[in-house]
Design a protein around this ligand. Sequence first.
Ligand code: GDP
Ligand code: GDP
Length: 439
Amino acid sequence: MKPVIALVGRPNVGKSTLFNRLTRSRDALVADLPGLTRDRHYGEGRIGERPFLVIDTGGFEPVAKDGILHEMAKQTKQAVAEADVVIFLVDGRQGMTPHDKTITDFLRRSGRPVLLVVNKAEGMKYTSVTADFYELGLGDPYVISAAHGDGVMDLVDEALDSALARQEEPEEEVEPEGRDIRIAIVGRPNVGKSTLVNTLLGEERVIAFDMPGTTRDSIEIPFERDGKRYSLIDTAGIRRRGKVFEAIEKFSVVKTLQSISEANVVILLLDAQQDISEQDAHIAGFILESGRALVVGVNKWDGLQSDRRDEIKIDLERKLSFLSFAKFHFISAQKGTGIPQLMKSVDAAYAAAMVKLPTPKLTRALLDAVEHQQPRRKGTFRPKLRYAHQGGQNPPIIVIHGNGLEGIDANYKRYLEKHFRETFSLVGTPLRIELRSGK
Ligand code: GDP
Ligand code: GDP
């Protein structure tokens, strides 16, 4: 199977120019296969002995603000879905634009390996032309000139390596395109869960609202925000208060565990007007064990004196330091403050939880880590870490292969985790490291 490379990016970043170079054609529309829209151009290329297919998504035009993702989804989704690897082009002369970020979010969700490529870089210094783009969290950018050909060979080699690794990976259950992000809101009674549910559902269009049945334990309420789809996992513990359900339910560990396990991302709500309790810490512990992505909302931040705010921040650091992988937001579910930021972190945590890490990249990160700091000797033998592959998502599991890995201590494992986290910008999700020794 020929690997498929999709070229994605804003208009005018140089996609057609690169496409033409790769397919050695002056004519952007190389293969007008039946059933293709005008917006996607397919061509064949070859580097040395390695043939590949390339898709140019040149037709992508941003439309109204809310419609960007929608429009992208239409024109680019198909190309990305068909691709083994995405070359994401940005313009080194123009620098970063907000739109580049939107595209990044979209690509992250696609689960495809993405190579960030700064084009139009002829005659420019690597550091000056790339500085802007680190913010996208896609790692070290490649730098090319599509017009002059600089860096293009190396880029394609790298893209084909990623594509191959992907093809070799066992067929995992791919998250169906456009699937809702399943969110569970958990916390002890009275922290404001129902209020937050109402705020989330109330201020945006609710696609459908399934009236909770009395017999069912858990339902999902789909809703949409900023063009993205979510589902709230609504266990019986969190009902819309008021008309129908008056019952003040006792906190149920079972229901909390259920909703955590059904979620992709958990929002742990805390009450800033109370001290962090043992119950809060317990719930946090459940979430950590579940491996689900996590965002913490410190609620009822409205109307707090500033010394109380300082107090609770200290309390949080003292009692919930084991949640340092997650983002904390100080919010008011009642007033709606802090909610957009909270939801941004939900998106980011989801993206991190669902990240796909190609074997070559993981292995490179592993070897970097080892080069930086070797594991300690166990007796006369030093554990040898050889390569890494991804063993799962939500949470991401990184499986490390090598010899004598029993000798790796918890400290070194933590060091590796931190290194992977930083390398792949994984915020908001637990990360599991598994060690597998060969003979
Ligand atoms: P697309 O809309 O992303 O397909 O972009 P095009 O390939 O049509 O290129 C947009 C403009 O950028 C054209 O004027 C190209 O000549 C120019 N361009 C493309 N690649 C380069 C490059 O490497 N360096 C410079 N300086 N200009 C380039
Ligand atoms: P639940 O038991 O976790 O679902 O909590 P509720 O949503 O029923 O809220 C418990 C109480 O806290 C109610 O009296 C809410 O009005 C109040 N509350 C919820 N959110 C806020 C907030 O952001 N600020 C303040 N001051 N009160 C809140």
